[in-house]
Design a protein around this ligand. Structure first.
Ligand code: IMP
Ligand code: MG
Length: 188
């Protein structure tokens, strides 16, 4: 048994449910981007490091629309169990073909909404042809902006969750499910 699992209070989304969420979102994306021919314009799956990597890896296998992948890394002040403050770009996106690029930002979770709101504005300002976003998880109770992602996996209660890419202090990303982290782990 994986030792990390001792820190999990309960499993919120198991591997089977994650798989069906991913397949459902992939078909929604394929339906919406059916116009993309890969010559005049192309789809770019843009993962937000590091939390989105497991979700993105699964999602991209099911998306049939031809797509390229890239990554950005951002950080908001006050990491750990709270997010908030402003957003810093740590790894930027450099491409000359943004006017022909339809960007789909891939996030693990939307909380205050600041990260996605900021990134979407930033990429539009940089000249992307279109910008949409997908998030695996949504905690609407914590929203501080009016940002709404275009595609959503699952709405979850206001609990701190880890696994399937999501971390607490860089741990738990490798768990194959999304679980609620025991409060005593982060309220020390
Ligand atoms: P936002 O900018 O407040 O929407 O925060 C989004 C970011 O906060 C996510 O990309 C995560 O890195 C982090 N985050 C928010 N809630 C959780 C959680 O429950 N578990 C792990 N990371 C979280
Ligand atoms: Mg993140």
């Amino acid at each position: 048994m994986n030792e990390l699992s001792n820190d999990i209070e309960s499993i919120l989304i198991d591997a089977e449910e994650l798989d069906s969420i991913v397949r459902r979102i992939a078909s929604e994306i394929d339906a919406d981007y059916a116009h993309i021919d890969g010559r005049k314009n192309h789809l770019l799956l843009l993962g937000v490091l590091k939390g989105s990597v497991v979700f993105m890896g699964d999602l991209m296998k099911h998306i049939k629309t031809p797509a390229e992948i890239d990554f950005m890394k951002v950080s908001s002040y006050g990491q750990a169990a709270k997010s908030g403050g402003s957003v810093n770009i740590i790894l930027d996106l450099f491409r000359r073909d943004l006017p022909e690029t339809d960007i789909l930002i891939i996030e693990d979770i939307i909380d205050s909404g600041r990260t996605l709101a900021y990134l979407a504005d930033y990429l539009r300002l940089k000249g992307a042809r279109s910008v949409r976003s997908v998030t695996l998880l949504d905690k609407p109770d914590r929203r501080e902006t009016d940002f709404e992602p275009d595609y959503k996996g699952k709405i979850i209660p206001d609990e701190f969750v880890v696994g399937y890419g999501l971390d607490y202090a860089e741990k738990y990303r490798t768990l194959p499910y999304v679980g609620i982290l025991r409060r005593d782990i982060y309220e020390k």
